[in-house]
Each structure stands twice: as structure tokens, then as C-alpha cells.
Design a protein around this ligand. Structure first.
Ligand code: SF4
Length: 364
């Protein structure tokens, strides 16, 4: 059945018109980009946008404040740098991978190369350009850091040979060689069975109907244990907290310099992974140690970027976080009840209501 509702998920060409100008979202499968690509994004933000690079909860990057010529110029630059391999698929390349995959002892299998393989195979299938921009693939290296991201099609490593594929509540044990094809076959089956739905979980009996089309039976219980990746050194990686997930020009420059030959990985928690031993990060306001006041703190755009915002939540977060009681939980600041960009899992819910905030439903 033909869809009647428009997919409003922003991309590079189909930008969202926000109160502060065009907002472009650049997909980074696996959250990965080279130092050169980070520099392309930085320069584009400076010349075409408001100068900042926003990190998202799907490990993508956003540029705000684009004028009318911005999307075309930005897409040309991204195409030349390899960040826009398929215009038709640009909004559906939503692939998360465990950001520390292959870099520390917690990784049962290095899923980052699979993210690249999955992305290339996705772009090779014209029909999958029809996926909704909200449809999400996730590759968990076994540690459980992506266990609560609510992906449509997820894989979690068991060991070097096998993984569990899941579309919902139960899983199917498969070999690594089957992973890209089965994940994409599940996405194709979703397009066949859906009506107006954006996600597999919204389709009545979606998990069951899609698995049936693939000839699979979900008989493996899911490991739902989770782990949080905090700032600090993890094996050969340095995880860096980016205050409010918004990179300034000096911060982006410092991270590109720290990337080395292995590149930079953006995490779904709006932090960044670089090689251990990177210098010059704290000097530009980035945080390299765990338990800082900015660890796990996120905020939506708020005023002045969003017309719906009831407060400048970012300025309020900067002012109030140092005194905020949070008991080690993540914190999300939102300018209205939509709570854009809220993290998955539990968090302290801070919502503007016009003349103050609700914190976990309590007026403050
Ligand atoms: S949560 Fe509300 S104020 Fe914040 S970006 Fe979304 S719509 Fe705008």
C-alpha cells in the first residue's frame, strides 16, 4: 500500500528547516570517519553552517544554520570525501556498531568492518532506498553497549564464529558470514509487510512475519545485559566526552589531529573515540576522564535553534549541571515534551515547561 505520510527524517539534501536555518544530518555507518573526513565536516560547518558539529544519538553528525545554497555545496563536498556514497540511500544508512569494537578485551568480535560491509551492500540494493529514515541496524560486539538502542535489526556477538540476530524479543543464532545478507533480507521483508509503519516494532506481528519470510525460527533467548562506555582509556582507545555533544571548531581540529591512522569513532552517547595517548584535548574543553559533570549529559537544540523550545536548554544545562543531583544516571535536557534526542535506557528527564523545568516529573 502506498504511504501517505512523508518521511521527514533529515539528510544532507533533504534538510530540516529549523528556526536557525537548515539542519543537515550526515550518516556515519559504524560512527566511523577518517581524520580527513572530520576536517571536511569541520570546514563545512565553519563555511556553510553555524560552525559547530552536533553529535547524535545514532552516532551521526549534524550541521545547523545552513542557508539556501548550503545543502548543495555540502553534498558536493561530502561526495568528494566519500561521506555520501549514494544519494538515493543517504538517509537510510543508519548502522550502529559498538564504538570500542576491536580495541579492548571486552570485544568478542570486531564488528566495525561489518558495518562498512553492511553499508556497501545496503547501497547496492536499490529497493532499500525506500526504507524509512528511522529504520536502524545495530552491530553489538558482545559487550551489550547497544543492547538498549531499540534497533530494528540487531546482531550481538557470541564469539568469533557466531552471533544472535534479533528483530525484537527473541533471537536466531547465525554465523558471521550470514550477517550482512540476513540483516538486509530482514529489511527487505519489512518493506514487504509494512503498511504505514516506520519501524518493525510498529508492524502487527512484524517480527514473526518477517522471520517467517526468511525461513527462520527465533528460538535463542536474548542476552539483554547492558554495559555503559565511559570516558577514559579502554585498551588502545581513548573515549572523550564532548560537553552536550556539540563540537566547536578547536575541538574538531584537536580530534582530527588525535585520530591517527585509525580514524575517529562517534558513539551513540555523543562521545568520541580516538587513539590512546592523544594530546591537546583537555585544552580545548574536551574531557578524557570518567565521572566528569558532562559524562552522559545530553540536550536537544532548544532555543534559539528550535521554534518549539520553551527554554535555552543548553545554556541552562551549562549553568545548572555543576550543581545537579543525578546519582550516576544519564541526564537529558529537552526544550519541550517531545524530548528529541533522548538517550535509550534510563535517564534523568529534564523538560522545560515555560517557567521552569520538570525533573523526572517534579516541578523545580
Ligand atoms: S525536544 Fe522540543 S524543543 Fe527540543 S528540539 Fe525537540 S521539538 Fe525542539
Amino acid at each position: 500500500m502506498a504511504r501517505t505520510e512523508t518521511d521527514r527524517c533529515p539528510g544532507v539534501l533533504a534538510v530540516h528547516q529549523a528556526a536557525d536555518g537548515g539542519l543537515a544530518r550526515v550518516r556515519l555507518p559504524g560512527g566511523w570517519l577518517t581524520a580527513e573526513q572530520l576536517d571536511v565536516l569541520r570546514v563545512a560547518a565553519a563555511g556553510l553552517g553555524d560552525g559547530r558539529l552536533e553529535l547524535t544519538s545514532r552516532a551521526n553528525v549534524q550541521i545547523r544554520g545552513l542557508d539556501a545554497r548550503g545543502p548543495r555545496e555540502l553534498s558536493d563536498r561530502l561526495f568528494k570525501s566519500g561521506l555520501l556514497p549514494s544519494i538515493a540511500h543517504e538517509r537510510v544508512r543508519n548502522i550502529l556498531a559498538s564504538p570500542l569494537s576491536g580495541l579492548d578485551d571486552e570485544s568478542r568480535y570486531d564488528v566495525l568492518p561489518l558495518a562498512g560491509a553492511l553499508d556497501r551492500a545496503l547501497c547496492d540494493r536499490p529497493g532499500l532506498a525506500e526504507l524509512p529514515g528511522r529504520f536502524l541496524f545495530a552491530l553489538d560486539d558482545g559487550r551489550g553497549d547497544l543492547a538498549d538502542v531499540r534497533a530494528d535489526v540487531a546482531v550481538r556477538a557470541l564469539d568469533e564464529r557466531s552471533a544472535v540476530l534479533s528483530l525484537g524479543n527473541r533471537g536466531v543464532r547465525i554465523g558471521w558470514g550470514q550477517v550482512p545478507d540476513l540483516m538486509l533480507a530482514a529489511a527487505e521483508a519489512f518493506l514487504e509487510v509494512r503498511d504505514q509503519e516506520w519501524r518493525i516494532a510498529e508492524v502487527p506481528d512484524g517480527e514473526k512475519r518477517i522471520l517467517a519470510r526468511l525461513g527462520l525460527t527465533a528460538d535463542e533467548p536474548l542476552d539483554t545485559s547492558t554495559t555503559q562506555v565511559t570516558a577514559g582509556v579502554h585498551g588502545t582507545a581513548q573515549v572523550v566526552t564532548v560537553p552536550l555533544g556539540s563540537l566547536t571548531q578547536p575541538q574538531a581540529t584537536a580530534l582530527a589531529a588525535a585520530a591517527g591512522t585509525t580514524g575517529v569513532r562517534v558513539t551513540p552517547w555523543r562521545s568520541v573515540v580516538v587513539e590512546v595517548g592523544a594530546a591537546g584535548l583537555e585544552e580545548v574543553g574536551l574531557v578524557t576522564e570518567a565521572d566528569s559533570v558532562w559524562e552522559g549529559v545530553t540536550a536537544c537544540a532548544g532555543r534559539p535553534g528550535c521554534a518549539k523550545a520553551l527554554a535555552d536548554v543548553r545554556a541552562d544545562a551549562v549553568r545548572l549541571m555543576p550543581t545537579f543531583a543525578r546519582d550516576g544516571r544519564r541526564v537529558h535536557w529537552a526544550g519541550c515534551a517531545r524530548r528529541c534526542g533522548k538517550p535509550s535506557g534510563g535517564f534523568v528527564d529534564v523538560v522545560a515547561v515555560g517557567d521552569g523545568y520538570l525533573v523526572d516529573g517534579e516541578r523545580v
